[in-house]
Design a protein around this ligand. Sequence first.
Ligand SMILES: *Cc1c(COP(=O)(O)O)cnc(C)c1O
Length: 424
Amino acid sequence: MATLSTPTFSTSRHQIAGLSVAELAKQYGTPLYVYDLRLIEQRIADLSAFDVIRYAQKACGNIAILDRMRKHNVVVDAVSCGEIQRALAAGYSPQGHEIVYTADIFDAAALDLIVQHKLHVNCGSPDMISQLGERLPGADVTLRINPGFGHGHSQKTNTGGQQSKHGIWHTQIDDCLRRADQHGVTVTGLHMHIGSGTDLEHLSEVCEAMERVAMEVGRTVTTISAGGGLPVPYSESETYVDLDKYFQLWDATRNRVSESFGHPVTLEIEPGRYLSAESGFLIAEVRSVKKVGDNLFVLLDAGFNDLARPVMYGAQHPISVCAADGAAVDDRETVEAVIGGPLCESGDIFTQREGGFVHSRELPMCRVGDYVILENAGAYGFVMASNYNSKTRAAEVLIEQGQAKLIRKRETFDDLIRNEIIPE
Ligand SMILES: *Cc1c(COP(=O)(O)O)cnc(C)c1O
């Protein structure tokens, strides 16, 4: 595996995957999500050393994306009944662990569907073991373990430690094995999704915790999963993780577990963001450029109803500009601009920082009619879109072998009110 260096982010972009941004915008309208399949394929190839790549579809779940993942032998993780149904609709088989349900609870619909298809479950709470065992005695399960510590700054995305609702607390393995025994359930997999970012020292602690838990559970374990959380850089101050070292740490853990047990152990990785983030671009049109006191606001037809990460997490997406006529804008003077959306809410700002403070970005001067592209928007982008302010959700387009293909129609007003009823 090659370790990637941080890309340079240009603030001028007139093409995506060789196609004109302005042409795409004219053909499909704005706001528009565009995915470059080649970038997904490259990221899949980066991880080829792992035995199994399991895509966390919650990052970007369009069934066309899932179909292409499937054709590259990438299996899927599903965190809800709807995600199981998406995977089935995209052609995944319910057999052979192609779909694994990972959650901390079952709702009634998810449990029914799992029982119907005998899907493999990654249990994030002791209750799930009992509830599954009652319906599917003799099932094999994976346990998602919270090793007692987490990582990361964002309280909203921390996935370990005692503040996290995720996983089975590391001191409760005994109780889980007892529950499993009661129903003839076998623990064949162990899973930790902590997300060490680029911190390999932290990762080695996660690996050690995995090894300890594997020894405690014993020889029934045939698969360990490293979870997701592989980072992608959203700015030039961020980096990728050293993938070679990342793999080596997990591979060594797997080998030690395998040696103690005397049988092969499969090593899975479960990325969402890493596979899809960089492939996605949200194209919006500039609708107003206005001075407000000392600030220059550039207002787009896309808002946090289309891309929520900046508002939810203070996430900084790379931003680029394309002229209305499709030309590059490298020759324009640069200005400090605050990029915002159309929503009736002052927090609808793409250039904010965590805590909601309005910031500006140095960008080429924008004019009404230009296009602004929010980049690295392929993970936790469209999937978190909403109909707030009665906005219809954007269309999605996949670029494959130089051709743009519509993979989701823009919503219409009829879609918006489809399930609403005015009683007599
Ligand atoms: C969200 C999630 C992932 C993917 O996380 P990324 O940070 O997008 O890689 C993987 N596994 C589980 C269980 C998750 O909930």
